[in-house]
Design a protein. Structure first.
Length: 450
């Protein structure tokens, strides 16, 4: 079995039993009969399984730029501890909280240390710094031995690995999460681990800083998210005009309130989501229910009505439905309504990727955000966000169809790219919407031939 497949199956311990390590890992399906689809089971491990899944995705995003480094899973390392040298690539502050058994600080390692072990495995918090170090050393004499720990100490904790206090050399359950944004990727406190973080971790090394790593992961996520945002648009609201998050930010950037656009924002999210935070724009904002009570008055009273939600799905569907209802009731012409009622492409996730600020219901700046459901957690940037939601809550029924767009958006074959799909819809979508969408697709999606 391929190592990456084994790592994936580790996220479903209620369904698969793994034995062995490395390419020789075997998996046994625990159920007596094959299920038609995965059904989440009530289990005390559910939250940690979800965190481990998200950790592996984040680790892949954070180490994607280190193509010359080879990774190894925590479970495989734990099975070969007698023949492996562990190299700690973290700062002194992190190491002071806890280290892996018999590890050596990266600044203290010598050529003699590399001579005897079968493998040399570098580790850090989630794998980025150790992958960076392993790639730099890969061309040396011992490069063939070098690996980096996939998911770092966070993955080690998820596999219930041992940590040691460097001062007393006794076991400890305290681990350093590097920065606060990474705490939710470690096992919960009920697992016995305590994840801590520090405000200042500048250690003077040439290894990547926390926010350089998180920024790199966010860039990778943003590219993936743009494909999802367009997939949702093509599937559920192709006839609705859209507005880019960066365009809305530019319109709201003027510090003089009288110079801001006469726009109305319509938040189509649930009360629980709105209670955590919303877009900070300086523009008037109402809920979808408030807008539905008197749509014509709002459309006539503003230059533009901009709907938004988490990723653009619910608000796009809402916009399409409102326009259709107003047209059926004779409340305006199609050309006017479609131009005045637009949807924020990518929703609040796109706003965050564009560095847009958030505010509480009281108008105070905040870094907190409700992601709607756990299925979209890996679509948000990591840096500067504090995700707030109930990790035990199942994916809402109205989110399942949008979740399906994630796998479809990953298919970037020529026939599935946005421009080609737009052209195929020319007979059913207004020409002006097609023109607007093609223009935006050229700016935001993968390049293509005219």
């Amino acid at each position: 079995m391929k190592i990456r497949v084994a790592q994936l199956l580790q996220c479903f311990p209620d369904d698969f039993a793994l034995s062995g390590s490395g390419p020789g890992t075997s998996a046994t399906y625990r159920s007596s009969e094959i299920r038609d689809s995965f059904i989440p089971q009530a289990s005390g491990n559910d939250v940690n399984n979800g965190r481990y899944c998200r950790l592996l995705k984040l680790a892949a995003d954070a180490t994607d730029c280190y193509a010359g480094a080879r990774g190894i899973g925590a479970r495989e390392v734990q099975s070969q501890m007698q023949t492996i040298l562990l190299v700690d690539c973290r700062s002194a502050t992190e190491r002071a909280v806890g280290v892996l058994p018999n590890s050596v600080c990266v600044t203290d390692i010598t050529e003699a240390d590399l001579l005897h072990p079968e493998l040399v495995v570098a580790y850090c918090c989630i794998g980025a710094r150790s992958a960076n170090w392993a790639e730099k050393q890969s061309q040396g004499l011992w490069g063939y031995k070098l690996r980096f720990l996939i998911g770092g100490i966070a993955a080690w904790a998820h596999q219930d690995g041992t940590f040691v206090d460097p001062e007393t050399e006794t076991p400890t359950r305290r681990v350093h999460a590097w920065v606060k944004e990474l705490v939710p990727f470690f096992p919960t406190g009920s697992s016995g681990f305590e994840a801590v973080f520090s405000a200042d971790l500048c250690d003077g090394s040439d290894l990547p800083s926390p926010y350089a790593v998180l920024r790199q992961a966010s860039v990778t996520r943003c590219a993936r998210f743009q494909n999802l945002a367009w997939e949702v648009r093509m599937r559920y609201w192709p006839s609705v005009f859209c507005l880019e998050a960066s365009d809305l930010q530019a319109k709201c950037a003027n510090p003089n309130p009288t110079m801001r656009p006469n726009y109305l924002l319509v938040d189509c999210r649930t009360p629980a989501e709105r209670q955590v935070s919303s877009l900070m724009t300086g523009l008037p904002m109402i809920s979808a229910d408030e807008f539905r009570a008197k749509p014509l008055a709002f459309v006539n009273g503003y230059e533009l009505v901009v709907t938004f939600c988490t990723i653009g799905g619910r608000s796009g569907i809402f916009s399409k439905k409102i326009v259709d209802e107003m047209l059926e009731a004779g409340m305006g012409t199609e050309s006017v309504l479609r131009r005045k009622l637009v949807n924020l492409l990518g929703g609040i996730a796109a706003w965050c990727h564009s560095k847009g600020p958030l505010m509480t219901p009281n108008g105070q700046p905040t870094e907190q955000l409700h992601p709607w459901c756990r299925a979209f957690l890996d679509m948000f940037p990591i840096e500067g966000l504090e995700i707030v939601f109930d990790e035990t809550r199942p994916v809402p029924q109205d989110a399942l169809s949008l979740v399906a767009c994630k796998s479809a958006s990953a298919d970037q074959s020529e026939e599935n790219q946005v421009p080609q799909r737009l052209l195929q819809m020319c007979s059913t979508v207004p020409p002006e919407v097609i023109a607007d969408s093609l223009n935006r697709a050229m700016q935001n999606c993968a390049g293509y031939e005219d």
